[in-house]
Design a protein around this ligand. Structure first.
Ligand code: GLY
Ligand code: MN
Ligand code: MN
Length: 499
């Protein structure tokens, strides 16, 4: 909430009075026309109504969060807390230090969005504040403009402290405490007078809000499903762009970095950014599950495991993995492993049905993986025993789960209660990944030598429907022969690959 960066005596020349007078003059008026409402503003209103129903009579406070220092006096690009984005419809880098307050009324809640409105051109902030100043980081909206964008009453964040302090003794306040440490400290000060018991109760209430806002995103509304579909479509195009540039990535060296860069270029161009750090993992690196160092070579004959997603301006992201042969053709060993992972994925997708348990997807996929590991003579026990509670030996080669919820966060709804997530039931509108893999590390002496260094994952984004499911990332080929034909088509200059 505060301007944490001190003045920069080494970097800023003092401003003369003449400059201060001159800088304030001669600017065109701000545009009179108000911006159109964000498409997400309507759905966001419905989501706020759901929060209001859940917490009647309570003051609910959902901060966007503040800028985070990357190093010294430079910040990361801002990303709003996902719950704030969900409840306001704001995406991209909007809006550091903003806070949504739902104030209880007799009939529900009144929502107010507190923001830092743009500072006037005769203010020191305009020219002298590298963190917030218009000349440094661009123009911010006025209260009226923001109000038009989000279809909410907006107020200056300067007034937030008074709002939170008003009737503090008689009003229950629930805070999304993880979003903005500075605001959480401010609320803690308001709670200083409470008894130890009441303080503990407030902490419990805050934690319940975190859970509730996470669970509110488990089932996506129609707007969200449209965004997920679009994120997957843009991701498919970005994967194709990577394939087109693979020969260049091999030729240049440091090819994993090149792959990351090409995907990032497309993500940044067609969306807001990548939804998570791209995993561009070639050869043995594919066996490191979250390989984001991406500093390796692409070597002819190796596989490239590319796990990447385009995040749209609304912050909804895809999360897709394809494992590609750099020559355009799988070797027999690579194909054998690939086909086993694909079979596991098919089983997982088939199990992703409305009414099924979330864990059924994993159970179906991992059973296939264990059976193949047994057939290849790798398991020290039978597949059944390995799949039992006392076993788990197969997990040496697929230590991760098969699915997670997907949405504004790549690992969406992570604070949901276990009975609604891991031990929950799949319902129409949920979007999950199905992403089995097999990873044979090059130093794994329990694996046949000719299979070492092969890592395969196939990951798609699946929406549960009333009658089954739909693969939102189906535009990207999955069978080994379809992958080969697609790559050959792209390299031959055919727009849609060879399919
Ligand atoms: N990209 C991270 C994951 O698949 O969960
Ligand atoms: Mn995933
Ligand atoms: Mn992934």
């Amino acid at each position: 909430m505060s301007d944490r960066h001190p003045d920069l005596p080494n970097r800023q020349t003092p401003f003369s009075e003449a400059f201060k007078a001159f800088i304030a003059e001669g600017w065109a008026p701000y545009p009179a026309e108000m911006p159109a409402a964000l498409p997400a503003s309507g759905p966001a209103k419905d989501r706020r109504a759901a929060v209001s129903r859940q917490f009647p009579g309570e003051r609910v406070v959902v901060p966007a969060g503040g800028l985070v220092t990357r190093s010294n006096d430079t910040d990361y690009r801002f990303r709003p807390h996902s719950a704030f984005a969900h409840l306001t419809g704001l995406g991209t880098d909007c809006e550091p230090d903003a806070v949504l307050v739902l104030e209880p009324t007799d009939s529900g809640h009144d929502a107010t969005l507190y923001i830092r409105p743009r500072a006037p051109r005769d203010s020191a902030e305009f020219y002298a504040n590298p963190r917030y100043g218009e000349m440094w980081v661009g123009q911010r909206p006025s209260l009226e403009e923001m109000s038009a964008l989000v279809d909410l009453i907006c107020a200056d964040v300067e007034g937030l402290a008074d709002h939170l302090a008003k009737d503090a003794d008689s009003t229950v306040l629930r805070l999304l405490a993880e979003a903005d440490p500075a605001l959480t400290a401010q609320v803690d000060r308001l709670r200083e007078g409470l008894s130890a018991e009441d303080k503990a109760a407030a902490t419990v209430r805050d934690a319940e809000l975190t859970v509730a806002l996470s669970e509110l995103r488990l089932v996506k509304d129609a707007f969200e499903l449209g965004e997920m579909r679009e994120a997957c479509a843009q991701t498919a195009d970005a994967f194709a762009a990577v394939v087109a540039d693979l020969p260049e990535a091999v030729r240049r060296g440091r090819g994993e970095r090149w792959v990351e860069g090409v995907f990032g270029l497309h993500a940044r161009h067609t969306g807001n950014a990548v939804g998570y750090d791209t995993i561009a993992a070639s050869g043995d690196h594919a066996c490191t599950l979250h390989w984001i160092r991406n500093d390796g070579e692409l070597r002819e004959g190796d596989l490239l495991l590319l796990d990447a997603g385009v995040e749209l301006d609304t912050l909804y992201t895809a999360d897709v993995t394809r494992t590609l042969p750099l020559t355009g053709t799988f070797t027999p060993d690579q194909r054998m492993v690939y086909e086993a992972v694909l079979e596991a994925q098919e089983a997982g997708i088939a199990a992703a049905q409305p009414g099924a348990e979330f864990l059924d997807v994993h159970r179906a996929a991992i059973a296939v993986i264990a059976r193949h590991l047994q057939a290849w003579g790798l398991l020290p026990v039978g597949a059944e025993e390995s799949l039992g509670e006392e076993g788990g030996q197969h997990r040496r080669w697929m230590v991760h789960g098969t699915s997670h919820h997907l949405g504004i966060d790549v690992h969406d709804c992570a604070q949901a209660r276990v009975e609604n997530y891991r031990q929950g039931t799949l319902a129409p509108g949920m979007v999950i990944t199905v992403e089995p893999g097999i990873y044979f590390k090059s130093d794994d002496e329990l694996v046949h030598a000719h299979l070492r260094g092969i890592g395969v994952r196939i990951e798609d984004d699946i929406v549960i429907t009333e009658t089954g499911n739909e693969n939102l990332s189906a535009a990207l080929p999955r069978t080994s022969t379809d992958v080969e034909a697609w790559m050959a088509g792209i390299w031959a200059g055919r727009e849609d690959g060879a399919r």
